[in-house]
Design a protein around this ligand. Structure first.
Ligand SMILES: [Fe+2]
Length: 347
């Protein structure tokens, strides 16, 4: 055998050996997850590694297997909610765009009344600040002390407007279709992005990255103030969620943030999309796409985000304690146990 053939064979063996270790780590952790509902750090990191090595195929196959146990429920032709009244064929068309582009923007906006209530809540509720997120401070737009103010998820789940949105059937149906399975409500997030720092912040996810909290998920974003090129619009690279679509040499670096210049060499200019939109605008995204929030030049941005998934394997957090809610929310959660499985109700 020539020396080149021998080196090639050695590399193939090493790769197979590394993949076998990762697969074993994942399989052991996944079995444990099925028994306990808890994900080990080792198994979670193995999933991320296998996603990167297979350019997405690993988590695609896994989603197929895991989601088939929870098929989509049959629904009536028209489902209404904050996205308006949409028929099955309109949901199907939205889903086609999501599957192709990774993102879709909706025509309908959240009502001005709800936007105002959430905005007012954000102006008076203390939030966690970078880099330690260990104490809560009320955001003062005249004196920002952090590039990001993240609201405590435990506080958010007890907000009545957020509870209403968690129950919103139109948003749930978007997730149901994209995940091709009955979804679980994973978490809500809301945060101020500010111009405290004058450069891109990794803390505030202002460099391109992809998320990998779960096997598969969908995020819904709602802007709660007007967002222009000045105050940190969300950007993504169209189609970059798809299996095989990321440059393998970038994935080989692992779960890291990538400078814009490097991605500009890999994707067409027209696939770099920036979402500037008015307060109340709603869009959905599979954040396996390369995405980021742009650094702010002035002002601030308040965004609300929901994540829907089909399996809680992955990032670990405690269940949310619902301390106050409407009867409607309580009833909804009782009737949709799997969807609401991350909520505990205080007696
Ligand atoms: Fe992200």
């Amino acid at each position: 055998m020539s020396r080149i053939a021998s080196i090639f064979r050695e590399r193939v063996y090493k790769k197979l050996f590394r993949n076998k270790i990762l697969n074993d780590q994942f399989n052991k952790g996944y079995e444990e997850f099925l028994k306990t509902g808890k994900t080990s750090q080792e198994a979670y990191l193995a999933m991320i590694n296998l996603y990167c090595k297979s350019n997405g195929k690993f988590t695609d196959d896994l989603h197929e297997k895991t989601s088939s146990a929870y098929p989509k429920a049959a629904k009536q032709n028209e489902i209404s909610g904050v996205l308006g009244s949409l028929e099955t064929k309109q949901y199907a068309s939205i889903n086609e765009t999501l599957k192709k582009d990774g993102y879709v923007s909706f025509d309908k906006k959240l009502s001005g009344d709800i936007v105002k209530k959430l905005y007012d809540y954000a102006l008076k509720t203390p939030a966690l600040t970078a880099p330690k997120y260990d104490k809560k401070i009320v955001y003062d737009e005249n004196k920002p002390v952090s590039e990001i103010y993240r609201f405590d998820l435990q506080d958010l789940v007890n907000n009545p407007e957020i509870q209403d949105l968690i129950m919103d059937e139109s948003l749930i149906n978007i997730a149901r279709n994209y995940l091709n399975s009955e979804p679980i409500f994973d978490f809500p997030a809301m945060w101020w992005s500010t111009c405290f720092l004058k450069e891109a912040s990794s803390e505030a996810a202002q460099l391109y990255h992809f998320d990998m909290d779960r096997i598969k998920w969908l995020k819904i974003f709602i802007y709660l103030n007007d967002v222009t090129m000045d105050n940190g619009p969300h950007s993504y690279i169209k189609g970059s969620h798809a299996t095989g679509s990321k440059p393998q040499d970038l994935l080989n670096r692992g779960y890291v943030r990538i400078p814009d210049e490097e991605l500009s060499k890999e994707y067409k200019k027209e696939d770099f999309i920036t979402i500037c939109a008015e307060a109340g605008s709603i869009f959905a995204g599979d954040t396996k796409c390369w995405h980021k929030g742009n650094p702010l030049k002035k002002g601030h941005r308040l965004a609300l985000e929901f994540e829907y998934t089909t399996s809680m394997f992955g990032s670990q957090y405690s269940k949310f304690e619902i301390k106050q809610c409407s009867d409607a929310f309580k009833k909804f959660c009782a009737e949709n146990k799997r969807y609401a499985s991350n909520f505990n109700f205080s007696k």
